[in-house]
Design a protein around this ligand. Structure first.
Ligand code: NI
Length: 183
């Protein structure tokens, strides 16, 4: 897609995320983490979920955003950081196996958990978080790209939407907001 279209796409939050605190974003999910353990939203009750959807083969946006989130976590005081669970949800379950995720998550903050599942499980999770994704090339290509929304969500200890970070937020800005939002 053209650069301008891509820029607009990356910078538009889902319609329901425009008014922080009132957004109907999030919901139940059941996926498998990079150790092969089954996890649902219930595993994270009582903690803040710091969420990004993407895919490990992403050449630029995903690794940059995951680095930003990792850096923000490093900037937090230990007490705040301990209340936050960073989560990477794949939108590409066909290539993002448990093994691939295990290797990939090693590049980011050690508390990150990468989540994958069946195509249906991944689709259901993306839908509840209003994340758009689609394969950018035809089905036969093995080296395909995925188009996807790039939004970082913060969900509260009750699993409800707290706020989001748009694409391009700096680690410093992110850490400052997290200190404010995480109680
Ligand atoms: Ni990406």
């Amino acid at each position: 897609m053209a650069l301008v279209a891509l820029w607009l796409f990356l910078n538009s939050p889902p319609p329901d995320a425009r008014s922080p605190g009132s957004a109907d974003v999030g919901g139940p999910f059941s996926l498998v983490d990079q150790t092969g353990a089954r996890v649902t939203q219930e595993n994270f009750r009582g903690r803040y979920m710091f969420i990004y959807f993407g895919y490990t083969f992403c050449p630029d946006v995903c690794p940059a955003e995951l680095q930003t989130m990792s850096r923000a976590l490093d900037l937090l005081d230990a007490k705040t950081a301990a209340r936050i669970q960073p989560l990477f949800f794949t939108v590409d379950p066909e290539r993002d196996t448990v093994e691939i995720l295990a290797d990939y998550m090693g590049h980011f903050h050690p508390s990150f958990r990468g989540l994958t599942g069946t195509k249906e499980e991944v689709k259901a999770a993306a839908q509840s978080y209003r994340v758009y994704f689609a394969r950018a090339e035809d089905e036969s290509a093995t080296d395909y790209l995925m188009e996807h929304s790039s939004i970082i969500y913060v969900m509260g200890p009750d699993g409800r939407f707290v706020n989001h970070f748009p694409y391009g937020t700096s680690p410093e800005e992110m850490a400052a907001k997290l200190e404010e939002w995480v109680k």
